[in-house]
Design a protein around this ligand. Structure first.
Ligand code: NIG
Ligand code: FE
Length: 425
């Protein structure tokens, strides 16, 4: 008989623990939130050792479950809610300048694409990011990363894509790498050189540059885990997107696509064809797109904050996705043009109100779904034994209250890899 594992972190007095886990079957309507899916543990405790969950269950069983190191850290959740740390699986966190004026112009009726045609949009942020030094970019990104942690995000994907030349794309990805060393936030970097065609060139010339010069250098320096393309009418066509992503795959990068965001254009079917890890946005996805994604096991990263912020009121077809068996993920899309927030709690609220997800379904998408969208579900997104001890203690009695009491930060403490990294109040 092997000795019980030794815990170096104990969390007690948990009012409600939502551990999630791959073994929990998907939520299915028409059950209401009164069914309290997924399973929760009331009056719970959790033990962690070496940064991994050793055990969680009813507090009464704790003493028999683990032995406790004399130096262990003891934390009381004071009757609050514990969930896995949020995984924000789609952000454009590193950028210079902002586009606040465009937000208000849009509210007066000027469309996103028109702002882009008249000197605003992505290319404006590219100009501002090119002229912002690495140190300044890092300090801006650090403050955003700290806000993420304060709101319960413990892992974030970060895309480049506001450089569109080798020098600036590398500058952004190096800032992402340095950010990883400077904050407890776990970071997954994505190369999005194909975010927009830079001025003074055309699609095919730029795609050749991406494939021949930029992708190989990014891969050589090990600066990205994924490659993403903005596949959209007037941005990158399906052929061009395929060429970039196939080249990325040949360099060992995982694949993501901004698909069907502003129109139905073919990105989702391409994502399925290329066995991309995720297809993101999907506001205009049709039934055939969802079938293809489901059959290929592509995760759908949903970004309801962008629909709200753009004022389109066009949300991804969640009911059809659920019926098709696609795994949904939730993310902020944090960027200056289409969703200026670091708060995953706000996205949970939108997912419930606008996508009609149940609270449990939204939480699962924000943790386990997002971990799958980053290829990290073997260690992130749930609190089953063996998983990384990334968790959030909220000052609410249960998951329903986290969603219902919106717009305020309920986080009391955040634990990353078994270490307390945020303590508020
Ligand atoms: O996910 N759609 C493309 N990329 C971003 C927007 C970037 C921007 O407007 O700066 C998005 O919405
Ligand atoms: Fe995006």
């Amino acid at each position: 008989v092997s000795p019980p594992p030794v815990a170096d972190l104990l969390v007690r007095d948990i009012g409600e623990l939502v551990p999630l886990g791959a073994s929990v079957p998907a939520w299915e309507p028409p059950h209401g939130p009164e069914e309290r899916w997924p399973p929760r543990i009331r009056d719970a405790a959790l033990a962690s050792g070496g940064g991994h969950v050793l055990w969680c269950g009813p507090q009464a069983d704790l003493d028999n479950a683990v032995s406790i190191s004399a130096e262990a850290t003891h934390v009381s959740a004071q009757g609050g809610l514990i969930t896995p740390g949020f995984v924000d699986s789609h952000t454009h966190l590193i950028f210079g300048g902002d586009r606040a004026d465009e937000f208000f112009l849009r509210l007066r009726g000027v469309p996103y694409r028109e702002l882009a045609r008249s000197g605003g949009g992505i290319l404006r942020t590219v100009r501002e990011t090119r002229r912002t030094g690495a140190a300044e970019l890092l300090s801006l990104a650090r403050r955003r990363a700290e806000r993420m942690l304060e709101w319960g995000t413990t892992t974030a994907e970060i895309k480049s894509g506001y450089g569109l030349d080798l020098e600036t794309e590398l500058k952004i990805l190096e800032v992402a790498r340095r950010l990883k060393d400077e904050t407890p936030l776990q970071i997954v970097p994505t190369f999005l050189g194909a975010h927009e065609v830079p001025p003074g060139t055309d699609e095919s010339t730029y795609v050749e540059k991406l494939v021949q010069e930029m992708l190989p250098e990014v891969a050589r320096q090990g600066l990205a885990r994924f490659c993403d393309v903005f596949c959209e009418r007037g941005v990158f066509g399906v052929e061009a997107s395929r060429r970039v992503l196939q080249a990325a795959a040949s360099h060992g990068l995982g694949l993501k696509i901004h698909a069907e965001q502003l129109s139905r254009f073919g990105g989702a079917v391409l994502a399925a064809e290329l066995r991309a890890t995720s297809a993101d946005h999907l506001e205009y996805a049709a039934a055939a797109d969802l079938e293809a994604l489901a059959a290929a096991g592509v995760v759908a990263v949903l970004l309801p904050g962008a629909s709200l912020f753009l004022g389109t009121e066009r949300y991804a077809p969640m009911a059809e996705m659920r019926a098709s068996g696609i795994e949904p993920a939730l993310a902020t899309d944090c960027n200056p043009g289409t969703c200026m927030t670091e708060s995953m709690a706000s996205i949970l609220f939108l997912a419930v109100v606008k996508l009609k997800m149940s609270p449990g379904e939204a939480l699962r998408a924000a943790c386990l779904g997002s971990a799958r969208a980053l290829g990290l579900a073997d260690r992130l997104g749930s609190l089953e034994p063996g998983m990384q001890t990334d968790l959030v203690i909220f000052d609410v009695p249960d998951l329903e209250h986290l969603v219902y009491h919106f717009g305020v930060n309920h986080v009391r403490q955040v634990v990353k890899r078994g270490h307390l990294v945020v303590s508020r109040r």
